[in-house]
Design a protein. Structure first.
Length: 256
């Protein structure tokens, strides 16, 4: 199994943006092969990375169930399991130096156990082929409890400069313990920091919750500019404040 990095944090803190910059950095350091899993239904990492996504695990699950419900057969005489496997293999987006799987929206009502079981088994199989697996998670992390593989080598918590956001990541860390996930290291990255300098109040909050601060990423006007113009963040110049900060942060992790 590859090295599993999970990124988590309260919505809006910049978790997805930083995950994109993390991937970009690992790709430029030729650390691959990398599998990216977008497990945040509210956010689209593909936009940060600048790639198009057609199928998601959610849409595959819905299609398989709809076909069965309507009594439609699966194409080419496939069984349901074969169909799921086929669709999953075709849903993997090939990016520049990484592959991407998008979980999409979570299931609606009805029994999805069989489909979920197959999809989970297949995703686990696929992930074995990669050196790194990077997951952009939902703030709740509950979906992780449903995973068969509960091992995370590196849990990266992303917070902005608010006390509430620091408290939220402390809760996520505690939740990981409650969910019985096996977490190797946990680190905090504080994002959108004015001038890259943390004030005393936030430093106190970080210390109070015993969070292990890895580094800070400044509030970067260029991110705002790129985001509002729809330009993928991975195209930020190498000397942009946020890319430079993320590079320094990732270097500290000493990933092989
Ligand atoms: N360092 C930064 N400087 C300036 N703006 C930033 C920075 N990081 C992220 N942003 C902006 O903050 C907003 C939220 O970022 P992003 O979508 O990455 O957050 P998220 O935590 O994944 O949010 P959610 O899961 O709620 O969608 C975006 O508009 C993004 O462009």
């Amino acid at each position: 199994m590859g090295y599993n990095i999970a990124v988590a944090g309260k919505g809006g803190t910049g978790k997805t943006s930083l995950t994109g910059l993390l991937i970009n950095q690992l790709v430029s350091q030729e650390k691959g092969p990398i599998l990216v899993v977008d497990a945040d239904a509210n956010q689209n990492i593909n936009e940060v990375l600048g790639v198009e996504v057609e199928d998601t695990i959610g849409s595959i699950r819905e299609e398989a169930n709809m076909r069965e419900k309507n009594g439609d057969s699966f194409p080419g005489g496939m069984t349901k399991a074969q169909f799921l496997q086929y669709k999953l293999n075709h849903s993997i987006v090939e990016g520049d130096g990484y592959d991407l799987i998008v979980m999409g929206r979570s299931e609606g009502e009805g029994c999805y156990c069989y489909v979920n079981g197959i999809l989970r088994e297949q995703t686990n199989k696929i992930s074995n082929h990669y050196k790194y697996m990077i997951t952009d998670n939902e703030a709740g992390m509950e979906h992780l409890s449903r995973k068969t593989s509960k091992h995370i080598d590196q849990l990266l918590l992303v917070s902005d400069c608010s006390r509430r956001s620091i408290q939220a990541v402390a809760r996520i860390r505690d939740l990981a313990v409650e969910l019985k996930l096996h977490v190797g290291d946990t680190h905090l990255i504080v994002n959108k920091v004015p001038n890259g300098i943390l004030n005393d109040g936030i430093k106190e909050e970080i210390a109070k919750h015993n969070l292990n601060l890895l580094g800070v990423v400044p509030l970067d006007e260029l991110i705002y500019e790129y985001d509002s113009s729809g330009i993928p963040l991975v195209q930020l110049p190498e000397d942009s404040q946020s890319k430079v900060a993320m590079k320094a942060i990732i270097d500290k992790l000493e990933l092989k």
